[in-house]
Design a protein around this ligand. Structure first.
Ligand code: APR
Ligand code: PHB
Length: 390
């Protein structure tokens, strides 16, 4: 087999890259180790920055999002059981976010690739990368019981945190930066109307809570939990009771509860790998970085990586100019670190830290008071939340 760009990973990063390259006359093959059904079974966040919304529309993948997505002009921060509205549209001079599940984005991307006869090989296992430092790299993998070889010009490592791509960069070249948070998020999905029209980020003495949604009858809720906790330790009723204890009175009183259709715990970490490129390999999305979900930046950072990488590959094939490929890592990392900072800041602001007794607790409360009382602080938060420019 031969293609111009071999893409490892059939999540949102890999699929969006494949779609954009196709629309610009560049061939690609996506190798996904799981089945499409398995990939679509993952429950992920659902706040899209305008940059990603624009990319999906330009990539002819925005139709369902425009029908089913919800434009949000702000969200609430609950502190000391008072509610403070953050009017993103006012604070940013008109910018908003789109609430639309990542699972739906991924579903739309698979559908679009199928419609355009894209080559997405699912259940492609044992992918190995070869000759990265040459002009003729290639991948080997097993598919439908056969060992196959995929010759290409470039390899996009879109295979997430646990993929093979990042591990193909030599240890003496790769630098990894990581912060693991001392807690996790216990999340549930319930077929109930959301408690509020907008998201509620809640700081409470018992720990963080978040009220989100997927549509008018599908709600997503989270409570901060300890790292050694297990989802099976929580009955639905225990979850609902704890969530109510962490919400302002009005939300607690109006919360509509119901059976969970999904319940899981996710750990929180900040992680960045540098550089994001090595020879003919380019990392994008979770393969290169992980953010705590507090700032809803995971998918949106993958989008800006794909923006930079797709523009670089288009320049290479259309103008025979590989300058943007050479500067991809440097350019992408500038935006990655800004989103990393914001996600760390929002996580630090809203969660209960065991070691935060005394001084740390006072600083956190002061930071919250400053945000609530200062339009300048709110403008800074808002421009990061809606997404800094690409
Ligand atoms: N070979 C082929 N595919 C692989 C391999 C491999 N060795 N390892 C991982 N994959 C696949 C995974 O099965 C997954 O479907 O790569 C895909 C990576 O997708 P994601 O993990 O969703 O990462 P990405 O596409 O970068 O999307 C980032 O996903 O994890 C969330 O919060 C994150 O919203 C962000 C988004
Ligand atoms: C979600 O809907 O899952 C979600 C929304 C906002 C976040 C994190 C998760 O900051």
């Amino acid at each position: 087999m031969r293609t111009q760009v071999a893409i490892i990973g059939g999540g949102p990063s890999g699929l969006l890259l494949s779609q954009i390259l196709h629309l610009n006359g560049i061939s690609s093959v996506v190798l996904e180790k799981h089945t499409e059904e398995y990939v679509l079974g993952r429950i992920r966040a659902g706040v899209l920055e305008q940059g990603l919304v624009d990319m999906l529309r330009a990539a002819k993948v925005g139709e369902r999002m425009d029908q089913a997505g919800m434009v949000h002009e702000g969200f609430d921060i609950s502190y000391s059981y008072d509610t403070h509205h953050m009017n993103l549209k006012k604070l940013t001079g008109g910018k908003t976010v789109m609430v639309y599940g990542q699972t739906e984005v991924t579903r739309d991307l698979y559908e679009a690739r199928r419609k355009m006869d894209g080559t997405v090989l699912t259940s492609a296992e044992n992918v190995e990368i070869h000759d990265l430092k040459t002009e003729k790299p290639y991948l080997t993998f097993t598919h439908e019981g056969q060992m196959k070889t995929l010759h290409c010009d470039y390899i996009a490592g879109c295979d997430g945190f646990h993929g093979v791509s990042r591990k193909s960069i030599p240890a003496d070249i790769l630098r990894e930066y990581e912060k693991v948070y001392p807690f996790g998020w216990l999340g549930i999905l319930s077929e109930t109307p959301p408690v509020s029209d907008e998201l509620i980020y809640s700081h409470s003495d018992r720990g963080f809570a978040l009220c989100s949604m997927r549509n008018a009858n599908l709600s997503r809720y989270y409570v901060q939990c300890s790292l050694d906790d297990k989802a099976e330790n929580w009955s639905d009723q225990q979850f609902w009771d704890e969530l109510k204890r962490r919400l302002p009175e009005k939300a607690a009183d109006t919360l509509i509860i119901g059976p969970s259709i999904e319940k899981s715990i996710a750990p929180l970490r900040s992680f960045v790998a540098e550089p994001l490129s090595y020879g003919r390999l380019f990392l994008a999305g979770d393969a290169g970085h992980i953010v705590p979900p507090t700032g809803a930046k995971g998918l949106n950072l993958a989008a800006s990586d794909i923006h930079y990488l797709s523009q670089a590959l288009i320049a290479r094939y259309r103008d025979h100019d590989d300058g943007l490929l050479k500067s991809y890592s440097e350019i992408a990392l500038k935006r990655i670190w800004k989103a990393m900072r914001f996600s760390w800041w929002m996580t630090t602001l809203l969660h209960k830290f065991p070691e935060n007794e005394g001084f740390g607790d006072k600083i956190q409360r002061t930071e919250l008071e400053y945000l609530i009382s200062s339009e300048a602080a709110q403008k800074s938060m808002a421009e990061n939340y809606v997404g800094l420019p690409y």
